[in-house]
Design a protein around this ligand. Structure first.
Ligand SMILES: [Zn+2]
Ligand SMILES: [Zn+2]
Length: 917
């Protein structure tokens, strides 16, 4: 669908699509932009649409009130409340309810769910208003620079279903928005322009009216009215109004400050400026002039804003450097305020800075902020800046306080990580600087990807002169295109009814009769009903038998369950036959316990570690289960113990596990988005597994009735499998019991070998360790004394070569390398002409030890000899110094040859080094 053809579809009938009652009442006339051809509605006659207007509100706001960010919301929300709207809490900025998005990018996303590849709307109150924080990372390099770009912003969403009770349509929507501007903010109707536009997405579309005041777009009312495309469409049963207005902009137009940041971050700025001691107040007038010119002209210079800056400097009668000196600190402060606010919301809502997924963007802006602070030498820490945001926003977003400590923890860890790798980053930056090569965007991206080096750090060290304008965009693109999740598209198996799922109707059924509906490829049975649980949600399938034939796999395609059977012949099972199925009870019970244990552990980990812990993925089999959680570091022994203890307390409390099906919106409202531990649920109804007072998740798996049935949960192993993800491996129930038993018998075995008992095994072990150390020390002493005598013999036995080297070679498979290293060292001490080679058999490997005495070292190096011998013995090389080197090989058959021809080998080395000069 082309935007342009939709626009002409609606524009051809403006009275029907765009004209609202307000336009007639107030005398808004439809006009055509002489510059770009767009249609717009305004009371006064205008040559062009507001996109070409100047930002004349800067320094001269058109409103009767001055409202900062929070007060703008107060006025707005009370206005909509008075007009029968429900004011609801914001949704999380981490978008758990859509598989295709990491972050909430617009207010309407709150109410969108994906089903069968299509977007459906679920609007909890009608009509409503929400102050939705949105995160977007496609404008990182514009933040600070343009005076109006953000990585996080508040989109006020005025939303309703026009066809549901309480709903309204275009006339009332525009009436309300006009009244908001006029009566609440005090903007004259003559100042307001509505621009005609269209919107489309996910198979639906409609027209929209953007409203502008003095060149600034304040809001956009989208009327989602049709589904289909411009040639073939029908009116939706439920038409949707989605008006989104940027709170930052609404506040800005009332304040008339140089940038939107002053209005948005006012109180935060004030404190920061005090702390770092820069003077902004006396430059306010200059900054006003600068930003007005900059923002009005920015769209023509997006590729290189430095040219625009140079022009402005000329216009204001300054050098470029003098201009930067005034503007740069302010820009930087704005970036820091924006990035810290984004991090605050992102981490509060459960995203972790990392190298994967959405966390990637958080780490980029976190590191950028740290690098900027370092570059400007500002003594600020991120946690304190976040506290300022929390303080400013406490009436709008009181929930930010709840996770304050968790956010601090994460920021602390990330900052420490950054500073501990800093030394390495500076040394890499320096070597690039020395090489005199100017890195391009691709190089910069590689340096960030592999070593975490931000371009700000390269700027600081003088490696680059400016940050390429597309650096952050390219970096972000790299990680959205590679890892963005796709909207699932469901294929339907035709002609068959959904399989009746007996395991949901009664979890205790293990035997059943069913009719064969279809046999695929001779080995996949489709029955009319089944008690076999198919693989899904990380839970492995049931096994068992059908008519005595083994069932080896069970899968579900859409609504149909397929049983894979080990049939003796292709036509063993016939359609329409009634068969008897038996589910392997031991396996089912075991998997079920592991599954319930997974839910318990997930909450135990969150309670023990912090609110950032979410299930990343899970796997539940008969004898093994694992849970991958989002967490910043590897787990300590103490943390593992605590998680295990907490989980087993939940088992012992014998809590009931209740399973109920809820309407999705009710489940979300009642239990929050925490239920989506296993990902979003693509259906109207959600099966909620509630471990009373402990854990609530949307889950389709099998579960025990009470936690006590699990008996025991034993963590076997934990591992940090990737940045930001830790894996827990565990067993439960009988498997856990068997594990403990086998550990016990291993312990008994060790105790017996030590001639001790289980009770005293540690004592005995410590004793053996001490004895062992003593023996090692004695052996060393013995080697020392013995090698003193042996060294003289080595010197005597060595054969003198033509080149003046004295060569000694030996092979041994009994004594070990300690002795031969000591001997070699002694031997070259007493004989400076000696070349000493020892080949030691060490299990499957041959160890090569080479010593070269002081005189011989002048013509041949130990490291070279070790390397050549290693190659002869089928190894890959060796290493060391001129005096001492080691290597390895594995070809035993060559040992004898090698020692016998040692002299030739050395001569070859001497020859080749002479040739090479
Ligand atoms: Zn125009
Ligand atoms: Zn589950």
């Amino acid at each position: 669908m082309e935007k342009q053809s939709l626009l002409s579809l609606f524009s051809s009938n403006p009275d029907k699509y765009y004209k609202v009652s307000l336009f007639d009442e107030k005398g808004f006339k439809r006009q055509n932009c002489k510059l770009c051809g767009k249609f717009f509605w305004s009371i006064i006659d205008k040559k062009s649409c507001p996109e070409h207007d100047n930002y004349s509100f800067i320094g001269d706001p058109p409103t009767s009130k001055r409202l900062d960010f929070v007060n703008t919301w107060k006025e707005l929300s009370s206005f909509f409340r008075k007009n029968d709207h429900e004011v609801i809490q914001r949704y999380p900025v981490v978008c758990r309810w859509r598989e295709d998005l990491y972050f909430t990018i617009a207010s309407i996303v709150d109410f969108q769910r994906v089903m069968n590849g299509k977007i459906v709307f679920e609007i909890p109150k009608n009509p409503l208003v929400v102050p939705q924080m949105c995160l977007r990372f496609n404008d990182i390099e514009n933040v600070g620079l343009t005076g109006r770009h953000y990585t996080s912003f508040c989109m006020v969403g005025q939303t309703c279903n026009a066809d549901a009770p309480g709903g309204y349509w275009k006339d009332k929507c525009i009436d309300l928005d006009h009244s908001l501007l006029k009566d609440v903010l005090g903007i004259k109707s003559e100042e307001i322009t509505f621009v005609e536009d269209v919107w489309m997405g996910a198979g639906a579309f409609g027209n929209s009216l953007e409203y502008y005041v003095r060149g600034l777009e304040l809001g956009n009312a989208v009327f989602t009215e049709f589904e289909g495309d411009e040639h073939n469409y029908r009116t939706l049963d439920n038409k949707i109004i989605d008006m989104g207005a940027g709170l930052e902009r609404l506040s800005w137009i009332t304040m008339g400050t140089p940038t939107s940041y002053d209005a948005t971050f006012g109180p935060v700025f004030k404190k920061l400026v005090d702390i770092i001691g820069i003077d902004i107040d006396s430059k306010a007038e200059f900054l006003s002039r600068y930003f007005r010119i900059f923002s009005e002209n920015y769209s023509n210079y997006q590729n290189d804003p430095r040219i625009l800056k140079t022009n402005i400097a000329k216009e204001l009668g300054l050098s470029y450097e003098a201009l930067e000196k005034i503007v740069l600190p302010f820009e930087t402060l704005s970036i820091i305020a924006d990035h810290t606010r984004t991090l605050l919301f992102g981490i509060s809502d459960g995203s972790l800075p990392s190298n994967v997924g959405g966390g990637y963007n958080l780490r980029i802006i976190l590191r950028r902020t740290l690098a900027l602070l370092a570059r400007f030498g500002w003594n600020l820490n991120l946690e304190d800046i976040m506290d300022l945001h929390i303080e400013q926003l406490k009436s709008m977003y009181p929930e930010l306080k709840e996770h304050k400590n968790d956010v601090r923890t994460i920021i602390q860890i990330e900052s420490d990580r950054y500073s501990s790798s800093k030394e390495r980053m500076y040394s890499i930056a320096n070597s690039v600087l020395m090489s005199k090569k100017r890195p391009g965007v691709e190089d910069l991206i590689r340096m960030y990807e592999s070593d975490g080096i931000t371009p700000d750090l390269l700027l600081e060290t003088g490696v680059i002169e400016k940050i390429p304008p597309d650096f952050y965009l390219k970096l972000a693109e790299l990680h959205t295109s590679h890892e963005s999740k796709q909207i699932p598209v469901i294929e339907t198996v035709s002609g068959l009814n959904p399989t009746r799922l007996l395991y949901y109707e009664d979890g205790s059924i293990r035997e059943f009769d069913a009719k064969i509906l279809k046999v695929l490829e001779g080995k996949y049975l489709i029955l009319d009903k089944t008690a076999f649980y198919p693989r899904g949600g990380g839970q492995e399938p049931d096994f068992g038998s059908i008519e005595g034939i083994k069932v080896t796999d069970v899968i579900k395609q859409n609504e149909i369950v397929l049983h894979k059977v080990q049939v003796p012949s292709k036509d063993h099972f016939l359609e329409n036959k009634i068969v008897h199925g038996i589910v392997d009870n031991v396996r089912r019970r075991s998997i079920t316990k592991n599954h319930s244990a997974t839910h318990i552990l997930n909450s135990a980990a969150r309670n023990s570690l912090g609110s950032w812990v979410w299930q990343n993925s899970a796997f539940k089999d008969e004898h093994y289960a694992r849970l991958d959680i989002t967490h910043h570091s590897a787990l300590t022994k103490q943390e593992i113990n605590q998680i295990e203890r907490t989980a087993n307390e939940v088992v012992q409390r014998n809590l009931p596990i209740m399973i109920n099906v809820f309407e999705r919106s009710n489940a979300e409202e009642k239990y929050t988005f925490r239920i989506y531990q296993g990902g979003a649920v693509p259906s109207n109804n959600v099966r909620i597994v509630n471990i009373e007072g402990w854990d609530v998740e949307a889950c389709g798996g099998t579960h025990v009735n009470k936690t006590g049935e699990i008996g025991l949960i034993k963590i076997l192993k934990t591992e940090r499998i990737q940045d930001g993800v830790v894996r827990l491996e565990y067993v439960s129930g009988n498997n856990a019991f068997q594990y403990v038993q086998s550990q016990d018998s291993q312990l008994l075995h060790i105790a017996q070998s030590l001639g001790s008992s289980k009770e005293k095994v540690i004592e005995s072990f410590d004793k053996v360790t001490v004895e062992n150390d003593l023996i090692k020390r004695k052996f060393k002493m013995l080697v020392n004394r013995f090698s003193d005598n042996m060294a003289a013999i080595v010197s005597q036995k060595a054969t003198k070569s033509k080149s003046g080297l004295k060569i000694y070679g030996i092979y041994d498979d009994e004594i070990g390398d300690d002795y031969y290293i000591a001997l070699g060292e002694k031997s070259i001490d007493i004989d400076p002409f000696l070349v000493y080679v020892a080949l030691i058999q060490d299990q499957e490997r041959i160890k090569i030890i080479v010593f070269v005495g002081e005189e011989s070292r002048k013509i041949i190096k130990a490291s070279r000899i070790a390397k050549e011998i290693s190659l002869k013995l089928g190894g890959t090389g060796g290493g060391g110094t001129d005096k001492f080197a080691q290597g390895g090989g594995k070809d035993k058959s060559k040992i004898h040859d090698c020692l016998k021809n040692l002299e030739n080998l050395l001569t070859d080395i001497l020859d080749s080094s002479e040739k090479n000069g």
